[in-house]
Design a protein around this ligand. Structure first.
Ligand SMILES: O=C(O)CCC(=O)C(=O)O
Ligand SMILES: [Fe+2]
Length: 357
């Protein structure tokens, strides 16, 4: 939930200081990148865009996961070593994924006044807008976004759901229903991979998870070596499911303290663990740090869905995963969204705040 990384409600104790112009408009002006977007600390002083090696993301066949112990083993190893994997055979029609992407592109192509109809309110993450400024000297992300709560249905704020393009809502609803089924399979499989009862993570995560969708636009940037699309962060969710851009790369993960670029198979969904799953699994599954780079040529569009326990529900390590050799590593929390906001925009890792050691 970066910038907000999908967590709500609101920013808790933090107050939004000011609003910025859409990054898309800054990019269309083609002029200088404002100082507030320039990364002040660049590793080795060589800019943020030093070339990085790429990594193959483990591929998990979702259908096989239900029946094959080999596939479960692959899942376990991906989650312990990387905290991420890509899923194929997920049963979502490729046409629907393409439409979701295309609708996102069409939305961002609308005139500013039209997009502003869906603007987010102050201190609210839902709606259209960009990075929330919570601190002076905050380095801003080169991205615009539209964030919508998609589940539970009764909590949807439909006034910020675009009516243009026409099929936006229908496509998103279909995607949301499919993801709920996928999450059910993933949570059960993850529990099995930990030797737990099939429903234990599902119960810990809550029967009615909160799902936020975020449509990310990363416009081209004239200073890609100094500006990040999304600064390094781990997600505050329990599980994140990403539909990456099929054509434009940019996402990098921190592996063994080095950045690696990732490529995904077209129409595969990229899944990563978020902080709240790291907490539930007592640190066995890791919530990976990742970031998005910019480039000077092409816009990049991705759609993230964050699944998180309901705000107010208690989240702590599952009892069976606490023992003498692995003592409890995290406190139980019920307002992780607040902690997340406070820390994220200061460039600190929110999960540190709930660690016991
Ligand atoms: O756009 C991407 O590829 C990644 C987005 C992301 O990390 C996020 O939304 O938290
Ligand atoms: Fe993220």
């Amino acid at each position: 939930m970066s910038g907000d990384s999908g967590l709500s409600p609101s920013t808790g104790a933090c107050v939004e200081l000011r609003r910025n112009r859409a990054v898309q408009e800054l990019a269309e002006d083609g002029g200088e990148v404002p100082e507030s977007y320039i990364c002040k600390e660049t590793p080795n002083g060589d800019g943020v865009a030093a070339p990085v090696p790429s990594m193959d993301v483990p591929i998990i066949d979702l259908k096989r996961l239900l029946t094959s112990s080999e596939e479960l083993q692959k899942l376990q190893s991906a989650l312990i070593s990387l905290g991420c994997f890509q899923i194929i055979n997920h049963d979502i029609q490729f046409g629907l994924l393409d439409e979701l992407h295309e609708n996102s592109r069409k939305f961002y192509k609308l005139p500013t006044e039209e997009k502003q109809k869906y603007a987010r309110g102050q201190n609210d993450i839902e709606g259209y807008g960009n990075d929330m400024v919570l601190y002076e000297n905050q380095t801003l992300d080169w991205t615009d976004r539209l964030t919508l709560l998609i589940h539970p249905e009764d909590n949807r704020k439909l006034h910020v759901w675009p009516q243009n393009p026409k099929s936006f809502r229908e496509v998103l609803e279909k995607y949301a229903s499919s993801l709920i089924m996928i999450l059910d399979i993933l949570l059960k499989s993850m529990a099995k991979a930990l030797g737990l009862m099939e429903n234990s993570l599902l119960n810990a995560h809550g029967k009615t998870p909160t799902l936020y969708a975020r449509f990310n636009l990363y416009p081209p940037c004239s200073k890609p070596d100094l500006v990040q699309g999304l600064k390094p962060h781990a997600d505050g969710s329990a599980i994140t499911i990403l539909l990456p851009d099929k054509d434009v790369e940019g996402l990098q993960f921190l592996k063994d303290e080095k950045w690696v670029g990732i490529q995904t198979i077209p129409h595969a969904l990229l899944v990563n663990i978020g902080d709240q799953m790291e907490i539930m699994t007592n640190g066995i599954f890791k919530s990976p740090i990742h970031r998005v780079m910019t480039n000077s040529e092409k816009e990049r569009i991705s759609v993230t869905v964050f699944s998180t326990p309901r705000f107010g529900d208690e989240v702590g390590p599952v009892e069976e995963l606490i023992n003498d050799t692995r003592p409890r590593l995290y406190k139980t929390v019920n307002d992780y969204a607040h902690t997340y906001f406070k820390y994220y925009q200061q460039g600190k890792r929110p999960i540190e705040a709930v660690k016991l050691y």
